[in-house]
Design a protein around this ligand. Structure first.
Ligand code: PFF
Length: 465
């Protein structure tokens, strides 16, 4: 039998998986939520959730992948024939995410060029971001990003994905640490003479803010943290199953899971140190926008106020964001490629070639969703969105929690946790958090995932009214 391609060892796997996990979610969503949800309080809740819910989901996906040696569709079929449908649902998540992830990557590329070619003044102009995305020519940046992604996946697991991740992840870490330290040294004097420093911003980030806390607010913060965790770890979308299927049997999965958790949470935490003090010093925390607004509107204003240093920080920041987005985008395309290779018995180069054409078209359509194909659709969770938001809603708010719910029922009650434990204990390694895993997968996850599903789809609001 032909040897299945895979990662060369533990380090290659951990960097690739952490590369998938560390993405724009860490940079633009985590710091925003921390600032909105009581600083240290959010951090504490998030940390507890990473070590319990995050650990359970990550362990489940990776162990399923390595044990079955297959990607989502056939991995679920290998467990129970009747559950193949769950594999198909799981496969749908990257299929949908792939239509828009390169669009965001394209926006980042555009901002790199702004800082490379000018002082960054252009990025501060009113409506710079909206007028960029609503011009059809923005499509080109997204197509370049999509093409780069396809090229790496085309080169295979070890020579493409692993090689790129092993280079990008350490560089990204150094850049995040560098900007975080710089951010702490910032200082400005306002017109009324008050001095604002980066260290004061740090205190706001770290100190648990309990003012006006109620049970409802606490629950809201926990739900925010939970949906962030989900997206951030790239779980329940088949990506970690595919990556798990490439891991050699002698790799200790316990260590790998802990290292991935640590890197993903570490970068998210550092992104907060990088962004919150800087925004606080120059515009006060009211200037923190949500989502893309933070990265493409609030931060450019901060960089501009820093003068020349700001231009340098701008270049480094958008470069690191591009790196983070690229390794995530690769993982999405890889999981689609792997499923298709198993489904159609085609080899990698041909599969990636066909998928590239499909996704270059899809990327163009979604990118044009702000101009030529502009729509305004009301989503069940109360927001209105364009094509990109619709894809994001179906994949992240609807499918992911639903899949996690079904998969915890399958593992907890049908396959039984011991099925996963066997894989974690291969070669005599100790599954240190085994008890925790059993309790989580059988009892806690089904309840939590039902609540999260109802909340993120907007159904919970219907009940609470
Ligand atoms: N985990 C990535 C982040 O935090 O930005 C995002 C992501 C990557 C989501 C890959 C989904 C995905 F398929």
């Amino acid at each position: 039998m032909k040897q299945k391609s895979g990662f060369s060892g533990q380090i290659g796997f951990v960097f690739a998986a952490a590369g998938s996990a560390v993405g724009v979610g860490n940079l633009w969503r985590f710091p925003y939520l921390a600032a909105k949800d009581g600083g240290g309080l959010f951090l504490l809740i998030y940390l507890v959730l990473v070590l319990t819910v995050g650990f359970t989901l990550l362990t489940t996906d990776i162990a399923i992948g390595r044990k079955t040696g297959k990607s989502a569709i056939y991995a679920y079929e290998a467990m129970r024939k009747k559950w193949k449908f769950l594999g198909v649902l799981t496969f749908l998540v990257p299929v949908l995410i792939m239509t828009y992830y390169a669009v965001i990557g394209g926006w980042i590329l555009k901002y790199i060029t702004i800082y490379l070619l000018g002082s960054g003044k252009e990025a501060v102009a009113d409506n710079c971001f909206t007028s960029f995305i609503s011009s059809p020519s923005s499509v080109w940046f997204s197509l370049v990003f999509m093409f780069l992604t396809a090229l790496i996946v085309y080169n295979g697991v070890e020579k493409g994905i692993e090689r790129v991740s092993k280079f990008i992840m350490p560089v990204l870490l150094i850049m995040v640490i560098g900007i975080a330290i710089f951010s702490l040294t910032l200082k400005t004097t306002l017109e009324d003479g008050t001095v604002r420093t980066g260290l004061q911003g740090l205190v706001i980030y770290l100190k648990p803010d309990l003012t006006g806390i109620t049970v409802q607010r606490f629950l809201q913060i926990s739900l925010d943290a939970m949906s962030q965790l989900f997206f951030s770890l790239s779980v329940s979308m088949g990506i970690m199953i595919t990556y798990g299927s490439y891991v050699k049997k002698d790799v200790d999965l316990n260590k790998a899971v802990s290292q991935i958790e640590l890197m993903d949470t570490g970068v998210a935490f550092l992104a907060g140190i990088m962004i919150i003090p800087a925004v606080f010093v120059f515009s006060g925390l009211d200037g923190m926008a949500a989502g893309p607004g933070l990265m493409f509107v609030s931060l450019p204003k901060v960089f501009y106020q820093m003068g020349f240093a700001g231009r340098m920080v701008g270049i480094i920041f958008f470069l690191l964001a591009a790196f983070a987005a690229l390794t995530s985008c690769i993982s999405v395309l890889e999981s689609i490629t792997a499923n298709c290779m198993e489904l159609f018995h085609t080899e990698r180069k041909k599969t990636t070639g066909i998928l590239s054409v499909i996704y270059l078209i899809a990327t163009a359509v979604i990118a044009l969703g702000y101009s030529v194909f502009y729509v305004e659709v009301g989503l069940p969770n109360g927001s209105t969105g364009q094509l990109l938001d619709i894809m994001d809603y179906i994949s992240n708010s609807f499918l992911m929690p639903f899949i996690a719910l079904l998969s915890s029922i399958l593992i907890g009650w049908i396959m039984k946790p011991s099925w996963i434990a066997e894989e974690m204990e291969l070669n005599g390694t100790k599954f240190k958090r085994k008890k925790l895993y059993q309790i989580m997968i059988c009892f806690v996850m089904p309840v939590i995932m039902t609540i999260l599903f109802l909340q993120s789809t907007g159904f919970l609001n219907l009940f609470m009214k």
